[in-house]
Design a protein around this ligand. Sequence first.
Ligand SMILES: [Zn+2]
Ligand SMILES: [Zn+2]
Length: 108
Amino acid sequence: MANKNDTWNRWRLALVILGAPVFMIFGLVALIRGVRRGVHRVRGFQRALGGVLHCAHGHPNPTHGRFRCLTCKATYHGWVGRCEVCGASAGWIACDVCQIAIPLPWVA
Ligand SMILES: [Zn+2]
Ligand SMILES: [Zn+2]
């Protein structure tokens, strides 16, 4: 009985030793992904707060003005990222010059 327990403990130890690096790598990858996503969002916000969003053709569009809310469909006036009625954002805006849709960088 004691021998059987010993073998079992050794197996468990081996599994923990072999498994630890795998778990560490998984944890690290998840962490890096989370940080990258966070950086992407922050950059999107900075771009929007800078006052101008560029369409695929490079036309500058102000982030303040008249927009249609994606959630409650109200047309509001103000910053593109916040509906005056429900607090959601427009989701996307049409370029003033070529009418191409510009997805808001933090929505996606
Ligand atoms: Zn709204
Ligand atoms: Zn354009």
